[in-house]
Write a protein that binds this ligand. Structure first.
Ligand code: T3D
Length: 265
């Protein structure tokens, strides 16, 4: 697993791989290098069977401040025609890789998560926030629409009415409020944030990884399908899950009245 990134820090603790976006001087705003490196690492880690849970977080006092706005200013000043959709494919690569990753991905958010960084967090499977977290769908502040998958994930997480409010007003949502409205799974005091993140990540890393991957596939497809299609897909995926070693171990552990020891296979 490659670890020599210029804008990311990579650390490994057992089955948990932590990716830390590391441009703290600009609150981990995305430049091209960080976006490409994040795409590279999420694609690579998907193939690493030793990694059973991925955590994405930010260095310093923020999760991330979205797209680095200095690049916008430079492009506008050059007079070049802007075709931003061509640049967005780099965000889409990351979002697709997170959704397709056959293992859990946690966004661990402390401090601000604005713009594309906020939506990167929304594309992860679970979100844990510190109580100093500030979620901002900042796009409308600069006359843009939510990108990096936000138009898909935001209304599905908080409902259409709240999603429109957050996207149009672009007001900050605190960590506790984010928990209340379902934008994050859990908000914890900042002093407990790192430990709580690792406890959650290690728990997932010791879980039935194959089943987690199939659960993701089921939910990914279900949010875009009707009932009949979803019932068919759940049968197909359950046919796969029932053949796993972890399924046999889970049943054996239940019958023997002991905790299951999942291998991830
Ligand atoms: O090209 C494409 O693909 C289009 C994609 C667009 C996706 C997007 O993400 S659009 C949204 C872009 N992001 C924003 O609009 C957020 C801009 N930042 C802010 O509004 C504020 O910085 C925050 C609310 C995030 C945090 O405020 P605060 O008061 O805690 O911090 P600060 O003092 O504003 O920022 C600290 C430093 O980070 C500061 O630098 P300095 O003055 O200390 O040298 C600031 O300029 C820098 N910084 C923060 N955000 C960005 C940034 N530098 C470049 N780009 C940023 N996005």
């Amino acid at each position: 697993m490659r670890t020599d990134f210029q804008t990311l820090l990579i650390s490994r603790d057992g089955g948990v791989l932590t990716i830390t976006m590391n441009r703290p001087e600009v609150l981990n705003a995305f430049n091209d290098m960080m976006l490409h490196e994040l795409g590279d690492v999420v694609e690579e880690v998907a193939q690493d069977e030793g990694v059973r849970c991925v955590v994405i977080t930010g260095a310093g006092r923020a999760f991330g401040a979205g797209q680095d706005l200095r690049s916008f200013a430079a492009v506008h000043a050059s007079g070049e025609a802007v075709k931003v959709s061509q640049h967005l494919v780099n965000y889409h690569r990351v979002v697709r890789a997170i959704r397709a990753m056959p293992k859990p991905v946690i966004a661990a958010v402390q401090g601000v998560a604005a713009g594309a960084s906020c939506n990167l967090a929304l594309s992860c499977d679970l979100r844990i926030a510190a109580d100093n977290a500030r979620f901002i769908e900042a796009f409308a502040r600069i006359g843009l629409v939510p990108d990096a998958g936000g138009g898909f994930f935001l209304p599905r997480l908080v409902g259409m009415g709240k999603a429109l409010e957050l996207a149009m007003l672009a007001d900050e949502v605190s960590g506790p409020e984010a928990e209340r409205i379902g934008l994050v799974n859990k908000c914890v005091p900042l002093a407990e944030f790192e430990t709580a993140t690792m406890v959650l990540a290690q728990r997932l890393a010791k879980g039935p990884t194959r089943a987690y991957g199939l659960i993701k596939e089921l939910m990914n497809k279900a949010v875009q399908s009707d009932l009949e299609t979803t019932l068919r897909i759940e049968g197909e995926l359950q046919d796969i899950a029932i053949e796993t070693a972890d399924h046999r171990e889970g049943v054996a552990a239940f019958l023997q009245k002991r905790p299951a020891q999942f291998s991830g296979s």
